[in-house]
Write a protein that binds this ligand. Structure first.
Ligand code: PLP
Length: 377
């Protein structure tokens, strides 16, 4: 089996799996219980929060645990908007965001908030100039993704933070940071955003754990109300095994970054070979994209046909974002970048992890070549 769909989900790290199992089977007490067993689990969560904050470059009390990045994004967007209406009701985002952001914004629009969507350029870059022009006095939130899940383009988050704060000091900046963790080096301290969302299963951690970074003093309402967990900001018994596993997975993801140089070489090599086969490359093949991602299309060939043919050979890639790739409606990001409906149905997304190697890329390229011959491309 060759697994090239790591932007959808990554395999759980073996050491992390051991930790998760231990905290499921042996250290299972509720961290909110009064007894010693519970107090011990609470201390373990706080230790994990400390380690995660250290890895991300923030303070432990700025870290909140959720069930996935979709929940973190919902919380950041809805929580900030509802808590800041006295400053305005205008939000800025882009047209290439993940559906977790786009559908939450749609819902906020129906509740009376106004959203300006910045159009990314053909490489998926969001210009600082455009951002600067759309921030108004009543803008309360900007939400932009650090790296695009379909084509991998990285945004200048630090530059955006600077512009946002210069234009409006009451405006908060949320970053969907899901696709940078484990792929490039970064620090929340340098990014200077107010909120950031992460998902553990994207960096070899367990599914079912999200992180929301919320800078101290950011005005936000809770999203999940309930008990006093997470300092009263997110009710519900914490996923202790998942949280402790996430701390380890995140630390290891930074250690694995050195392998990403080789992964970038493999990605660039595949891009060259695919171009020779007549493929069109959507991902910017430069430092402006995460090293593991390569999105391509073959004019006139539907992506799902190639994905299914590769799947028959036990090679797993995807057509676009995993959460929308089951239909044949095409890549939302390609459409947003100006490609037509037919072209957008052609996307093939290849996303590697540090576990992949050159031999796998060569097998993949050979199979792809055969499939294209079979399809008379
Ligand atoms: N944001 C981006 C950029 C993503 O790629 C994803 C998942 O594909 C999400 C948010 C949602 O993450 P989760 O699966 O943890 O809800």
């Amino acid at each position: 089996m060759i697994y090239f769909d790591n932007n959808a989900s990554t395999p759980l790290d073996k050491d992390v799996a051991e930790v998760v199992l231990k905290y499921m089977c042996e250290e299972y007490a509720n961290p909110n219980s009064l007894h010693e067993f519970g107090v011990k689990m609470d201390a373990k969560i706080e230790e994990a929060r400390f380690r995660i904050a250290k890895s991300l470059g923030c303070m432990p009390f700025e870290i909140y645990f959720t069930s996935c990045a979709t929940e973190s994004i919902n919380w950041a967007l809805r929580g900030v908007c509802k808590a800041n209406t006295k400053y305005g009701k205008h939000i800025v985002s882009s047209n290439i965001e993940h559906s977790a952001t786009l559908n939450t914004l749609k819902s906020l629009e129906s509740e009376g908030f106004e959203v300006t969507y910045i159009q990314a350029d053909q490489n998926g870059e969001i210009s600082l100039e455009k951002l600067s022009k759309v921030i108004r006095e009543d803008t309360i939130l900007v939400s932009i993704m650090a790296a695009n899940n379909e084509i991998g383009t990285i945004q200048d988050i630090k530059g955006m933070s600077q512009i946002i704060k210069e234009k409006n000091k009451n405006c908060y900046f949320h970053v969907d940071a899901v696709q940078i963790a484990g792929k490039i080096n970064f620090s929340l301290k340098e990014m200077k955003c107010d909120l950031a969302s992460f998902s553990s299963h994207k960096f070899h951690g367990p599914k079912g754990v999200g992180i929301l970074f919320k800078k101290e003093r950011t005005r936000i309402f809770p999203f999940i109300t309930g008990g006093s967990q997470e300092r009263g900001m997110r009710g519900g018994t914490q996923n202790v095994p998942g949280i402790i596993g996430t701390a380890l997975a995140l630390e290891k993801s930074f250690e694995h970054l050195e392998y990403m140089k080789e992964i970038r070489n493999l990605r660039d090599f595949m891009a060259l070979e695919i171009e020779k086969m007549g493929g069109k490359i959507l991902t910017p093949i430069s430092e402006k994209s995460v090293p593991n991602t390569l999105a391509v299309f073959f004019e006139g060939v539907r992506g799902d046909i190639i994905v299914n043919a590769l799947s028959d050979e036990e090679i797993f890639v995807s057509t676009s974002a995993a959460c929308s790739s089951k239909g044949v409606s095409g890549s939302k990001v390609m459409k947003a970048l100006g490609y037509d409906n037919e072209q957008s149905k052609g996307m093939i997304r290849i996303s590697l992890s540090y576990l992949n190697n050159r031999e796998e890329t060569e097998i993949f390229l050979n199979k792809l070549k055969n499939i294209l011959v079979f399809l008379n491309f």
